[in-house]
Design a protein around this ligand. Structure first.
Ligand SMILES: [Cu+2]
Length: 473
């Protein structure tokens, strides 16, 4: 699979000892009672990779390594609109449940620790909050909510079900509900391996969290467990468009028409630049949407065709966002074309990316290949799939070619005209039959029905349809 490849270079880097400067510690405050709280303000940079990657206002770059101290309260604040559809989770391994690995939950003790917190549902776990209100009953942190226990067990609901579900609402409802936050206090002492933040909806967005001492020095000198994939790094062209995966598809391309956007303004203008990105992404989609049926499976055919289609919808929205031509300060109160389109694009990007992951999983479960491309040339003269009435042009001089093209055009026009005339004639004939039959229906009461002795067939039309199909380009 595309994502499970870890390059040796990355392995060397990640197993080397980290300096404290590489670890982002968040924005911390100590209150009058001496309690320390640190904030990580989350955003998702949708242009940094196929799905987007988390970044935090307090840190550099995407997917930064975070450092957290034991028994300090941390808050991952998901107030920014870019967090829509990306409920943040915490796990003992990259991507948590996406990879069938343990997440931080009240009844899961840190792997290898001597803690018996699972007995009482008091293991370190995220506490999910909406608009200042804790959505669960579990607690290991009085600063967020009191611990509620029965005779044997304490409350085990940490609010994830409500939190996660609300990230699937529409963007306006989600944003209007208030600020979503994830609180964490990790209070098990004999566990020093790294843990991970991740997105509950999208796999491959995971990032590392290291435990640090009060000086910010990592307790685990190496990066373990490893993240089993590399992050996307957008090409220069993708960076200019805000897209993903367009690197090789700038026109001209033998598998694409000469253009998709006609009369585009100059590329030096924002709309012209956007049009160039559209041309390239449409070519990427066109190439992606010519596929084999090598595994004789309708589901696989559907998915091989639909993924490039979905990817194009996502790229169109990302490019529109990056174009600077869509202004919307606050989607919760502005009813403007720009805000309407912003809402639409947040939905398209996140929902269709989610669906792409579902489809890839289906392919995986069917043991079908992730892609099954075939090459169909449409502009390089190969024309193996596109029917054409245009005779191949002899590679002579430009003048000859132009003359030949003119003749082809005039032939096509004449043939189209003949088709139209013939169709009109058939319509007149059919009208007369209909009129005749209607008359007979009216006369049914008056006497025996005489069927028309001769019903003209659709012969001429069928013939002409063939001609018309042939001349379609
Ligand atoms: Cu996500």
């Amino acid at each position: 699979m595309k994502y499970s490849v870890a390059l040796p270079i990355l392995t060397i880097l990640t197993t080397a000892q980290r300096s404290a400067a590489d670890i982002c510690l968040g924005a911390c405050e100590v209150n009058e009672s001496g309690d320390k709280t640190c904030i990580f303000s989350a955003k998702v940079d949708l242009h940094a990779g196929e799905l987007g990657y988390y970044h935090f206002e307090e840190c550099e770059g995407t997917n930064p390594t975070l450092g957290i101290e034991k028994s300090v309260t941390y808050k991952f604040v998901q107030g920014h609109i870019s967090n829509y559809y990306h409920p943040l989770g915490l796990a003992y391994y990259p991507d948590g449940a996406h990879d069938d690995e343990d997440e931080l939950e009240p009844y899961i003790e840190p792997p290898g620790s001597t803690s018996e917190c699972y007995d009482s549902n008091t293991c370190p776990a995220p506490m999910y909050i909406r608009d200042g209100e804790y959505l669960g009953g579990y607690s290991n942190n009085d600063a967020i909510a009191p611990l509620v226990c029965g005779e044997e067990y304490c409350e085990e609901d940490w609010g994830l079900d409500v939190y996660e579900t609300e990230f699937f609402l529409d963007p306006v409802t989600w944003k209007s509900a208030g600020i979503y936050e994830v609180a964490l206090k990790f209070d098990v002492v004999d566990f020093t391996d790294d843990i991970f933040y991740f997105c509950h909806n999208h796999q491959f967005m995971t990032g590392r969290i290291k435990f640090v001492d009060s000086e910010g020095v990592a307790l685990n000198a190496v990066d373990t467990p490893e993240i089993p994939y590399n992050y996307d790094s957008p090409s220069e062209y993708d960076q200019s468009c805000g897209t993903h995966g367009l690197g090789d598809y700038q026109l001209p391309n033998d598998q694409c028409p000469s253009t998709f956007v006609c009369n585009a303004p100059p590329e030096s203008t924002p709309v012209g630049q956007f049009a160039n990105c559209i041309d390239t992404m449409n070519c990427a989609m066109t190439v992606g949407m010519t596929t084999n049926v090598n595994q004789d499976n309708a589901l696989a055919l559907f998915i091989h065709q639909m993924i490039p289609h979905h990817q194009n919808a996502v790229n169109m929205c990302k490019a529109l966002m990056a174009s600077g031509e869509m202004y919307c300060d606050d989607i919760t109160w502005e009813d403007t074309p720009d805000c309407n389109m912003s809402v639409l694009c947040y939905e398209i990007i996140n929902d269709q990316n989610y669906q792409i992951q579902v489809m890839r999983r289906v392919l995986d479960n069917l043991t079908c290949d992730e892609t099954d491309d075939c090459e169909v040339n449409i502009s390089g003269g190969g024309a193996s799939a596109a029917p054409s009435a245009v005779p191949p042009l002899a590679p002579t001089t430009n003048g000859d070619t132009i003359d030949s093209l003119r003749k082809t055009i005039s032939d096509l026009e004449a043939s189209s005209l003949a088709t139209i005339e013939s169709l009109e004639e058939s319509i007149v004939q059919k009208d007369s039959i209909i009129a005749n039959l209607s008359l007979q229906i009216e006369n049914i009461g008056a006497g025996p029905v005489a069927l028309p002795t001769e019903v003209p067939t659709a012969g001429p039309i069928a013939k002409q349809e063939k001609t018309s199909k042939k001349s379609k380009r």
